[in-house]
Ligand binder design. Sequence first.
Ligand code: NAD
Ligand code: 6OD
Length: 492
Amino acid sequence: MHHLASDAPRLIRHYIAGEFVGSDRSFVKTSPVDGRPLATVCEAGADQVQDAVAVARAALNGPWGKLKTAERCAMLHRIADGIERRFDDFVAAEVADTGRPVSQARTLDIARGIANFRTFADLARTAHGELFQTPTADGAGALNYVVRKPLGVVAVISPWNLPLLLLTWKVAPALAMGNTVVAKPSEETPSSAALLAEVIDEAGLPPGVFNLLHGFGPDSTGEFLTRHPDLAAITFTGESRTGSTIMKAAADGVKDVSFELGGKNAAVVFADADFDAALDGVMRSTFTNAGQVCLCSERVYVERPIFEKFVAAMKARTEALRLGYPDDDGVAMGPLVSQGHRAKVLSYYRLAVEEGAKVVTGGGVPHFGDARDQGAFVQPTIWTGLPDHARCMREEVFGPVCHIAPFDTEDEAIRRANDSDYGLAACVWTTNLARAHRVAQQFHTGIAWVNTWFLRDLRSPFGGAKLSGLGREGGRHSLDFYSEITNICIKL
Ligand code: NAD
Ligand code: 6OD
């Protein structure tokens, strides 16, 4: 028996003004592993969005607004301590909602939730401002320096693929800089966010500083929230199309926006690469989280002399990936997040064949002969033979799949890697140092990795070019986005 969450469906409520509250409307969240109901989730209507924004606004002028930065940051560390204390509950919540391997939830998702709070607490506490001595005609000079103030109420809208990681990546710096927050996690993954509200409650944040609303996007909680006139900023991670819709909603009030959007990322493997390291790296960058990471490599370009060997090795490694229950020994991949997302991924599996792909491995649905057949599993898949203009080469699939193509020259590899409407991340695998710099600097992406993938330093800028996003978060970029910067000029 695989028990990772209670068998009794729970009621997941909102957190508004320091209280857990329900709604008239609700929906059922089911398990992507076997389809069983997991929880009834309340759906916030326009009136509850109104309440949450109003209390968040009022909280700016309450005790929260009077705290010193160091006191706020101590509260953020208390939130991190709270997640650590309930680590296993968070792991169970994330695993139940997503079906991902327990090992991933432990080492990536929940560990990063803690790190996000600690990192931004420390960065905000130690942040220093700019100061310029400015010459003036009378010779006395002037002093320009910068102070940061909270923006106001920040709306945080997050996706389902790395639920706690991506929610806290925005909530932590927003709170660290003294804002108040109304957050809406994805309807697919309400559970870890609900636990976060409990932890924040226990950490003693004043009521109204952090508010959590559950619900859908269009014609529901997400849209009501992003259209609210009293927000100071909207920070969003999700699909590029949704980002565009939210940007239109934000335009009327000229709200600040920060967007982390989709990707169609390339990995370029040169013949001089450490073959085994590149193979390990591309396996990880293709199949981590069943390909449901915005940074995953869906387009792999391999230099021709090693192309056949690389494809054969990827095929063997992919066929050895163990699909299964989250707590199975050695499980490498769980299901996709939902039946709806599986239908989308499978539609690309069919389209690839229509577009002329050779299916090297996978391309369908695994058969288990047990309850998992009611889940949202798909086979990990490799394609070759698609032209660069194929839709499967240009649109984000967001599943466990990559296309592998040969290339002949460095210039060709760079050109084809950059031939995308997206520009989130790219990887280059090579042992030639000069080439590593040359290629990485020419990628039209917000992030370029050399001989690695998804290696993060939370102080470094993170975000995408082109359709992949707007702005950068991470380190001082987050501190800048989540604060109103005033320049003070003093004539001496
Ligand atoms: P999504 O855009 O469907 O939903 C994201 C969130 O937005 C959810 O909470 C959803 O309810 C809400 N939403 C949807 N429509 C809305 C609307 N009209 N108004 C307000 N809110 C709305 O994305 P998803 O399917 O949850 O996530 C997968 C996508 O996210 C992929 O495209 C992936 O590449 C992208 N992503 C990007 C990054 C990054 O850092 N660049 C990180 C993770 C995921
Ligand atoms: O590591 C991060 O900070 C981050 N924002 C990762 C995004 C992953 C996308 O799925």
